[in-house]
Design a protein around this ligand. Structure first.
Ligand code: SGN
Ligand code: CA
Length: 516
């Protein structure tokens, strides 16, 4: 497939790159990536839970991708795929214990070589020191919600008072204010939110407290026919921690992870922050103890608490996306800046009874993706959705393409820059996407697996550590992926075909790790 699609379509694409180049201008890139942000909690995708006006505005002024998938539903691997445009078995980062080899080719390095000023602010999570960035200011490890620690070249490790999503946005705006204006820029804004343990800022602390959310239809999934799903440890009923995740901290009871919040996030707070926090959670904890909930009522209560806390931290993300957008508008940067919004993967909002991610199932395989092309692209698509099957693997080549920088042939992803502008499916576009997850057991006990997802069918193989199971789903008849059709004679042809497709993709992407 051609990697040079944009170049070919420029002459007929209206005021696109050709015009910008002739004016001696190059486009800037702002790539905003959140952590664990589900498409279900963006109102441009799904109106059931919340309103996200800033993200919706981006979608109205750009293209909302409805079939954007990750290569591996986990932070580090997703970030490594973003930087390299390659799968984990090639870039060397397969799970959160990997260390990124910063000597390898990345798209920020290629942009830098082409004259771009590059920067990353926020969550990095790749262990080694960032390379390919003129400026970096990153959270330590997973980062903290309150008064987080950052690391940068000048200051080493240091702490800043405030709420992490606001601080990352402040820092991003600050970078834009003091950037070298003789160069185009590429800024990666990588938020910590909405990662566990879903902590609200003070402004949104009381939001959603009067709201109750409908349970997803698959909440009480029995995992029949899906061994790996039955063995996971990310169930809202069993695994979510009352103190740590749901903030019910009281001397009268201990939980497995209580000390992780009392000695962690709560301890980090200033007196003021803590007293505001306690004004909500202390009386709530008392009420919770008094109610002495059991069985399904307790599970339901946990689900509501989980949703409320999660949505509060989404609210401040949305505010801050708005704040960055306003800055771009006021500084006349929407004209020549592409704004991309994505998450490092999707997340379960109670589907299958879960929080967390990791599985090849839709909610965690998919990630939100919204792309707003610069205003100078006169014919850019606005207020559109796209069902092109794209992957985070494609982000690097797409950004290079948009910046008119050559895409090296060893990049495994493919640019879909032309499709953002024209809506036309690029010739020979992929029919299936490939996925491979490796982190077992870690905290959530999700077995290693690989698989493919096409327009209609999904095939996955869970392997190693006491499992050797195949799963096949018909996404049209069974979008919730409850019925494993593997071995069902009615689907034997489909199964055969999907095996061939899977082998082809494994060969194409050079994944020889497990060939059973
Ligand atoms: C932490 C979380 C897990 C989560 C992983 C990976 N536990 O370990 O719940 O699955 O990160 O998430 S926590 O107690 O530390 O919050 S990822 O998005 O970084 O890959
Ligand atoms: Ca994540």
């Amino acid at each position: 497939m051609s990697q040079r699609i944009v170049r070919q379509i420029i002459p007929t694409a209206g005021l696109g790159l050709a015009v910008l180049s002739s004016m001696g201008q190059r486009i800037n890139v702002i790539y905003i990536m959140t952590d664990d942000h589900s498409y279900q909690t963006i109102s441009a995708y799904d109106g059931r839970y919340n309103e996200t006006p800033s993200l919706d505005r981006l979608a109205r002024e750009g293209v909302r991708y409805d079939k954007c998938f990750v290569t591996n539903s986990l932070s580090g691997p997703s970030r490594a795929a973003l930087l390299t445009g390659k799968f984990g078995h090639i870039n060397g980062f397969i799970n959160n214990s990997s260390v990124f080899d910063g000597s390898q080719q990345t798209f920020p390095k290629l942009l830098q070589k082409a004259g771009y000023q590059t920067a990353i602010i926020g969550k990095w999570h790749l262990v080694s020191e960032p390379t390919g960035f003129d400026y970096w200011d990153i959270l330590t490890g997973q980062g903290s919600y309150y008064n987080p620690h950052f690391i940068n070249k000048d200051r080493g490790t240091y702490q800043i008072e405030g709420y992490v999503t606001d601080i990352i946005t402040d820092k991003s705006i600050d970078f834009l204010n003091r950037r070298d204006r003789s160069k185009p820029f590429c800024l990666l804004v990588h938020h910590k939110a909405v990662h566990r343990i879903w902590m609200s800022d003070r402004k949104h602390l009381y939001d959603y407290e009067d709201r109750s959310f409908p349970l997803p239809e698959t909440f009480f999934d029995d995992y029949n026919g899906r061994q790996a799903a039955s063995e996971q440890k990310q169930s809202i009923e069993r695994d979510i921690d009352l103190a740590y995740d749901l903030k019910m901290v009281d001397e009268s009871f201990d939980t497995r992870l209580k000390s992780a919040i009392t000695g962690g996030e709560l301890k980090r707070m200033t007196k003021e922050q803590r007293s505001m926090w306690d004004s909500l959670y202390v009386p709530m904890t008392k009420k919770f103890i008094e109610a002495d909930l059991k069985g399904d009522s307790l599970t339901m209560w946990k689900y509501q608490r989980y949703m409320r806390d999660y949505l509060k931290s989404v609210a401040s993300l949305d505010d801050n996306v708005g704040r960055l957008y306003d800055y771009l508008k006021e500084n006349d940067l929407l004209h020549n800046t592409v704004v991309i919004y994505a998450s490092d993967q999707g997340f379960y909002m109670g589907e299958h009874g879960w929080f967390d991610k990791r599985f090849i199932y839709e909610e965690s395989l998919r990630t939100p993706l919204i792309i707003r092309l610069p205003d100078c692209y006169e014919k850019a698509k606005r207020n559109k959705s796209s069902s092109l099957m794209v992957q985070n693997l494609d982000f690097a080549p797409t950004m290079l393409d948009l910046c008119n920088v050559d895409i090296p042939s060893d990049i495994q992803g493919v640019s879909f820059a032309s499709e953002i502008e024209t809506g036309k499916v690029p010739d020979g576009w992929r029919k299936n996407i490939y996925y491979h997850y490796y982190e077992f057991p870690d905290e959530h006990n999700v077995h290693k697996h690989y698989g493919i997802r096409g327009d209609r069918y999904k095939l996955a193989h869970f392997y190693d550590d006491g499992i050797d199971c195949w799963e096949l789903f018909d996404l049209k008849k069974d979008p919730d992926e409850l019925t494993n059709l593997y071995g069902n004679p009615k689907y034997s042809e489909v199964q055969k075909k999907m095996h061939i497709e899977l082998q082809n993709l494994r060969q194409q992407y050079k994944d020889t790790s497990d060939n059973r």
